[in-house]
Design a protein around this ligand. Sequence first.
Ligand code: KG4
Ligand code: ZN
Length: 352
Amino acid sequence: RALFTVLALESSADDTCAAVVTSSRQILSNVVVKQHDLHEGFGGIHPTVAIEAHQRNMPGAVRRALENAKLTMQDIDGIAFTRGPGIGGCLSVGSNAAKCLAAALNKPLIGVHHMQAHALTPLLTAPADRIPEFPFITLLISGGHTLLLLATSQTSFDVLATTADESVGRSFDKVARLLGLSWGTRGPGAALEDFCRRDIASVPDVGSFPVPMAGKLAFSYSCLHSSIERYLAGTQGPLTEGHRVALARAFQDAAARQLCEKLTLGLERLSLRNINPRHVVVSGGVASNLFLRTRLRAALDVYSPDVRIELVFPPLELCTDNAVMIGWAAMHRFTSGDYDDYSIDLRAKWDI
Ligand code: KG4
Ligand code: ZN
């Protein structure tokens, strides 16, 4: 079958992304323009600021994606974009650019589900002999989502668990803010992870925070971050650095413990249905947390000591938002001729 080359655009949240990928699993370019510095002062993504930054940055990102791939638009066979879910105004920047390019150049167009794209990334990035086989379990942990999914094909995903309130990524962001951490270049979640690793002589015992909804296949993170908030409100005067590190560690430990417990609970429930996935794919911004990775490995070894369940992480730069995953998630539809119309609408809210 002939090589198919896709230009993909992504702008669902605060990263402006453009990339070129091919049907032979090649990543020809991957441009991500971050906006952390613009949003830090607001303590989270400011929608208007994000939209304006996408509008400024998208043309340059597309230009660089083509240049880095050493291609021109003539070499592009199809254009993919993130159709949703995400912030409506942000999505519209990438979507309008993709639709107009495709219409003007008479190229096929495909709108992609952002979360499906996260889940399918390992099919592109895993070594050829370690590509996850369906059905596999996916833990999608980002600023927008905390989802445990069973992927049964490229387009079908059963939701095993989702969050009852806020996402695990957002709780990392909020706790980083409560502890007064500056974002650095990698954002608040990574700043909190780094802070936990700080070498401190005396760290007080702040106890440990429980996993909510024991025995239920559901996540909850708002009670965890409000426990930290209450703890801070109950202490007199400014905390010592040791105390702040202790709280950060207790939070990160409880956040990871919850992900591990719900993952193994999901595996137990599936095994009752005779479904025993051999791969667990973990993706989304929080998947870059190395403490969590160690905990997940240990939890799977305890759950299944005899048959090793493989943990699969996309490379760090493809765990967070990027357009490579969007191009790749559209590939099976491009190669089978299943295109969208140029008038396709957005889905700011869109079930997986
Ligand atoms: O996937 P992503 O880049 O964007 C969304 O689609 O939301 O995920 C961003 C989230 C943020 O909440 C960020 O704080 C969190 O992922 N994050 C981390 C780490 N790196 C990013 N959380 C914990 N530890 C990290 N190392
Ligand atoms: Zn994402």
